[in-house]
Design a protein around this ligand. Structure first.
Ligand SMILES: Cc1cc2nc3c(=O)[nH]c(=O)nc-3n(C[C@H](O)[C@H](O)[C@H](O)COP(=O)(O)O)c2cc1C
Length: 304
């Protein structure tokens, strides 16, 4: 029997739910040397700000049990380069829906970047990141307060006349449902959960933090149970679709995320370990669906 892996995300039909997560897939086009990008459900592009950014000083990555810490600090060429060069380049390589990932240091910056992304024909959806732990101004502070999350969502919604709006949330809150509902009420079309969890490591010989930034965002397999719980809570609290993210590294993790309530699933750190992680997961889905008696992947969204 043919297994249907397709999902509908904000009115856009994805051939499968697997999306490389922002910041873990280069600018997208670099990955075309490993496999055809058309295989993916969608592609989430690297975090982009109004101005180009060099990012944080190195070291920016620390290995940990069950994952890694990063403090890249939103290194990117700026929104003008994204819309004029990066997105057209990725589009020339595939027809896969492209998601721009936007960060801002003020509500106004989010609005301007979203307006520019809206005018870019190669971009299909826009994800606003109100959850970055690695910048000292803005970033995660927008995602930890319902009023601030609402203000960014409102500005992004106003700027995005044509394209679906996803808001990406941080796990570092006591009540995810308050933030999720605030974004939904202001017109978010979907929510992405979760970004990294703030953490730190210490080099005991140098007696210094491993990361030059002192702290970073923890990601990888150890995050999966944390993400599953938050996806499940947000899915129960909201009517809009949830994109699950955090620790996904296998087809079975994708199924878990979808059973918890995710409509689509982002794969992050797994791409850094193995550039073939996403195609491997996509290839493994039909056999696992058969084993579990799932005909249509969409049938299992939020069944628990
Ligand atoms: C090196 C690195 C860079 C990242 N950059 C971004 C970014 O620019 N924008 C964003 O929204 N999330 C960024 N993230 C967070 C991931 O998209 C994802 O939310 C997080 O890593 C959890 O998923 P994972 O456990 O599958 O990695 C980054 C993560 C890593 C590891």
């Amino acid at each position: 029997m043919v297994r249907d892996t397709s999902v509908n995300l904000c009115g856009i039909r994805l051939q499968n739910p697997v999306i490389p997560a922002s910041g873990t897939f280069g600018q997208g086009f670099e990955m075309a040397r490993w496999y055809a990008l058309d295989k993916l459900g969608a592609i989430c592009l690297k975090g982009t700000t109004l101005e180009p950014r060099f990012g944080n000083p190195t070291p920016r990555i620390a290995e940990c049990t069950g994952g890694l810490l990063n403090a890249v600090g939103l290194q990117n060429p700026g929104i003008d380069a994204l819309v004029s060069k990066v997105a057209p380049h990725v589009r020339s390589l595939c027809r896969t829906p492209l998601i721009a990932n936007i960060s801002g240091f003020s509500v106004e910056e989010f609005g301007i970047c979203c307006e520019k992304a809206d005018a870019c024909e190669e971009i299909d959806l826009v994800e606003v990141n109100i959850s970055c732990p690695n910048v000292h101004k803005g970033g995660m502070s927008f995602g930890t307060d319902p009023a601030a999350a609402a203000a960014v969502t409102r500005a992004a919604r106003k700027a995005l006349r044509k394209k679906p709006l996803l808001v990406k949330l941080t796990p570092l809150v006591t009540d995810i449902t308050a933030i999720a509902r605030a974004c939904e009420d202001e017109g978010a079309d979907a929510l992405t959960l979760i970004n990294t969890l703030p953490g730190m490591r210490i080099d005991i010989r140098r007696r210094k933090p491993v990361l030059a930034n002192r702290t970073g965002g923890f990601s990888g397999p150890a995050l999966l149970p944390v993400a599953l719980r938050l996806v499940n809570l947000a899915a129960a609290a909201c009517k809009i679709p949830i994109v699950g993210c955090g620790g996904v590294a296998s087809a079975s993790d994708v199924i878990e995320m979808m059973m918890a309530g995710a409509t689509a699933v982002q794969v992050g750190s797994a791409n850094l370990r193995d550039p073939m992680a996403c195609p491997g997961i996509i290839d493994a889905l039909p056999a696992l669906m058969e084993e579990l008696g799932i005909e249509k992947l969409e049938d299992i969204i939020g069944i628990i």
